[in-house]
Design a protein around this ligand. Structure first.
Ligand code: URA
Length: 240
């Protein structure tokens, strides 16, 4: 983060539900202070590392890293560079854009759901490292009903198309719909859920990631919406 930045940009990058317009309004009502003095203009420059900035009397602490929960829609790629398709980063507003931001882990272009976007390489490494077995839960819709043997095959660690053996995973049927289920994986091979069902002669027609470790996708987030996570939420990713 730059040493000096606009007050409205700093606040909306740290407090997920305040837009720059909201900050402007709060400034007009003298509800934002910088070092105890009400800020007159929302485009004033501040140094987030040194200045004490408060909103309605609550101090906004400076966080080194940012963590964003995104409900990814179909049609977006989990990449930092624009190619033929727009990236998940393009869904974020300007005030959340910053150098070094990347999606931690990939979902396919046609998969929806929870993507963590951050600039914290260490957290991302811990989350994705096979050593840590951070479970990822998916909601799956299939072309054909789930076979009686699927649960056992998933839990015993099945072989897929190229001869790779998947780690044991969980398949949880959904009682009122034989064509849908939840799947919990402890690893992230390329197109893994789709390939596992393909091996069984079935086809995934809809896929959505609904949790990573101990943190679930917020049900109030519509497709394409995002939420800045608090530190205690981020910790839940690794607490399983
Ligand atoms: N498995 C898949 O097949 N696709 C995804 O996007 C994630 C897991």
């Amino acid at each position: 983060m730059a040493e000096l930045m606009r007050l409205d940009r700093f606040i909306s990058s740290q407090v997920g539900n305040l837009s720059r317009k909201d900050v402007k309004e709060l400034c007009k009502k003298n509800l934002i202070t910088v070092n105890g003095i009400p800020a007159k203009r929302s485009d004033d420059k501040v140094n987030p590392k040194l200045d004490i900035i408060s909103v309605k009397g609550n101090e906004i602490s400076y966080n080194k890293y940012i963590y964003i929960m995104l409900n990814k829609p179909q049609g977006y790629v989990c990449s930092t560079r624009d190619g033929l398709s727009p990236t998940v980063l393009s869904l974020l507003p300007k005030e959340l854009q910053r150098k070094g931001l990347f999606p931690a882990g990939r979902l396919d272009k046609d998969t929806e759901g929870f993507v963590l976007i951050t600039d914290d390489g260490e957290l991302s490494h811990k989350m994705l490292s096979p050593k840590n077995h951070v479970p990822k839960k998916y909601y799956v819709e299939l072309e054909k009903p789930i076979g009686n043997d699927y649960i056992k095959i998933f839990s015993s660690g099945m072989e897929i198309d190229n001869g790779d053996i998947c780690k044991p995973s969980e398949l949880i049927p959904i009682s009122n719909n034989p064509n849908s289920c939840y799947v919990i994986l402890h690893q992230g091979m390329y197109h893994q859920v789709k390939r596992m069902f393909e091996t069984l002669g079935n086809k995934v027609v809809f896929l959505k990631r609904i949790s990573i470790g101990g943190l679930s996708l917020d049900e109030n987030l519509a497709l394409g919406e995002w939420l800045v996570l608090l530190h205690k939420d981020v910790e839940r990713i690794l607490l399983i």
